[in-house]
Design a protein around this ligand. Structure first.
Ligand code: VG1
Ligand code: CO
Length: 544
């Protein structure tokens, strides 16, 4: 095996964000750009950690090129074996599943998640460790440090391997196994849920479903599991063939971007159940017949009903939610007598809690839900969890939600996103807000009194690492809460996320439109931020 040492110059801006390094495709296409990041990642591993590597991605434009490059670099860096999904495809949860299943040292996932794909759109790369989860903050920091002083990378020269067929190949001294992207993941799902009961639901004739894979990676997974194994009618999965530009769509499962599914579920003769997942298959949106289930509520309801599915028959250890996620799950945890953790945004913060057995379930308001079955959020898993609950309770999602709210009250939640803000001005606004924080408690914004205001910092209860500046959290005397963050996944300008939530305990006020229920908070946020004056924005670009 001849290893080439290729000289390169460091790029100054390869700092990973909330979930890996995401940039425009053209940025990744610059000579040495991808290679530098991959080499920096490999440089963080010891010799013992270079045995088996899992590689795959969401199939977006440049996925195929990147997979071949990573294979050549893995061979040159001394790996024994690479496992790669057929056609280079692996959903993010499937990659996590494979790393754990095959006791690999880690994996490289190629994805920019829900961001649009194509030659002028986004690409992304991230490293997951041996637990199957996103690299911790500490590892992420050291990868970034290594990107800053890299001056060469290692590569073998070899032909592209044929990813279309399952089989084994040699690249240099390394073995490359092209494996079925779906099989291991599907087996794991079968071990967690009562497939017979769910199949019975589809057979009953009173239940129908649409799953929108949004032309992204989850199509083959959903078809195999929902149609082939569970017996749902053929055609239940729509937009099920992964395309490298996601059909020019925006595979973000919310009511704005999953408009085709929304039209079906809010139309006449809507199916009983609707779901969608994102570009890399880790997010989920759950809908009923003319009914939208907020992801914060979904986490709370899955927790409350967990003992109904085989995976959690013995109960659950604890739960966690990201800080901006509504407090609906906190009430369930209190009732169950289990711990509830509040982490910064991003799945990497759940890793230690899951590994340490402190939590069994976790989730984020951004349509992410998951458990200790792997170390990523998992879109299809959440859908199967809901199907299993429905099969046992024999009720619609709406009925289950209404009963839940009657019991626990309802935490109204909304997120308002302002996209493409001028980055420097957005950062300046946060600096100014932080300076204001100490003086806010005791003051009123419009009619709402501020009871606390903080710049959220998190100390990991397992390794004691500290993450600061994880979002501004302001609480009001009406029980409402306002959270402000800048997105760490965008590739253009800054995206401001404004999160609002408020608990409602009055049984007569449980079926309001969240935008109306939260209007006082929305107005307070407007007054505090002055976005109209600062950025000329009077309305958010996306409301979830
Ligand atoms: C967003 C979400 C966050 C999620 C992250 C990755 O981050 O808010 O909850 O973990 O995306 O999701 P940000 O920094 O843009 O708010 V995804 O499905 O990569 O994959
Ligand atoms: Co995603």
């Amino acid at each position: 095996m001849i290893v080439q040492r290729i000289s390169s110059t460091a790029f100054s801006e390869q700092k990973p964000g909330t979930s890996g390094l995401r940039k425009k495709v053209v940025v990744f296409q610059q000579p040495h750009y991808l290679e530098n990041f991959v080499q920096a990642t490999f440089n963080c591993l010891t010799v013992d950690q270079k045995t088996t590597l899992v590689v795959g991605g969401d199939g977006r434009f440049y996925n195929d090129v990147a997979v071949q490059t990573i294979i050549r670099m893995a061979a040159a860096n001394g790996f024994d074996k690479v496992l790669v999904g057929q056609n280079g495809l692996l959903s993010t949860p499937a990659a996590s599943c494979l790393i754990r299943q095959y006791r690999a040292d880690g994996g490289i996932i190629l994805s920019a998640s829900h961001n649009p794909a194509g030659p002028t759109e986004d690409f992304g790369i991230k490293f997951n460790g041996a637990n199957g989860g996103p690299a911790s903050e500490t590892v992420t920091q050291s990868i970034y440090q290594k990107t800053l002083d890299i001056d060469h990378y290692l590569m073998v020269s070899s032909d592209d391997i044929d990813l279309t067929k399952i089989g084994s190949h040699g690249v240099g001294d390394m073995q490359v196994d092209v494996i079925d992207s779906v099989a291991d993941y599907a087996l794991l799902m079968e071990s967690l849920f009562d497939f017979e009961a769910i199949a019975g639901l589809f057979k009953s004739g009173n239940f129908s479903m649409v799953f929108d894979a949004m032309h992204a990676v989850n199509g083959p997974y959903a078809k195999e599991i929902i149609e082939n194994r569970l017996g749902a009618a053929s055609g239940t999965v729509i937009n099920g063939i992964p395309l490298d530009d996601f059909g020019q769509g925006h595979p973000d499962p919310n009511l704005v971007h999953a408009h085709e599914l929304a039209a079906i579920m809010f139309g006449e003769n809507a199916p009983s159940f609707g779901a969608a997942s994102d570009g890399d298959g880790d997010r989920n949106m759950i809908l009923g017949n003319n009914f939208y289930l907020n992801p914060c509520d979904s986490l709370a309801m899955l927790t409350a009903n967990a003992s109904l599915v085989p995976a959690f028959q013995q109960g659950i250890n604890g739960v966690a939610r990201s800080m901006p996620t509504s407090r609906a799950v906190d009430a369930v945890a209190a009732k169950l007598g289990i711990d509830c953790y509040q982490t910064p945004t991003g799945w990497k913060f759940f890793g230690n809690l899951l590994d340490d057995g402190k939590i069994s379930l976790c989730g984020e308001e951004s349509f992410g839900t998951g458990s200790d079955h792997l170390r990523e959020k998992d879109g299809l898993w959440a859908v199967l969890f809901w199907l299993n609950i429905i099969a046992v309770r024999k009720q619609s999602i709406e009925q289950i939600a209404l009963e839940h709210w009657q019991k626990y009250g309802r935490d109204y939640f909304t997120r308002h996103d302002y996209e493409g803000l001028e980055a420097k001005a957005a950062q300046a606004m946060f600096i100014q807000l932080r300076e204001q924080l100490a003086s806010l408690p005791g003051q009123s914004i419009n009619s709402l009194g501020v009871t606390s205001a903080e710049d959220f910092a998190y100390t990991d209860p397992v390794d004691n690492s500290v993450s600061t500046h994880q979002g501004i959290q302001i609480k009001f005397d009406n029980g409402g809460r306002l959270v402000l963050r800048l997105s760490g996944t965008g590739t253009q300008g800054a995206t401001l996320r404004v999160y609002l939530d408020q608990h409602e305990g009055d049984p007569l006020k449980l079926d309001q439109d969240p935008q109306l229920a939260l209007q006082e908070l929305v107005k307070a946020a407007d007054t505090l931020l002055g976005l109209e004056d600062k950025f000329g924005r009077s309305q958010p670009d996306v409301i979830t």
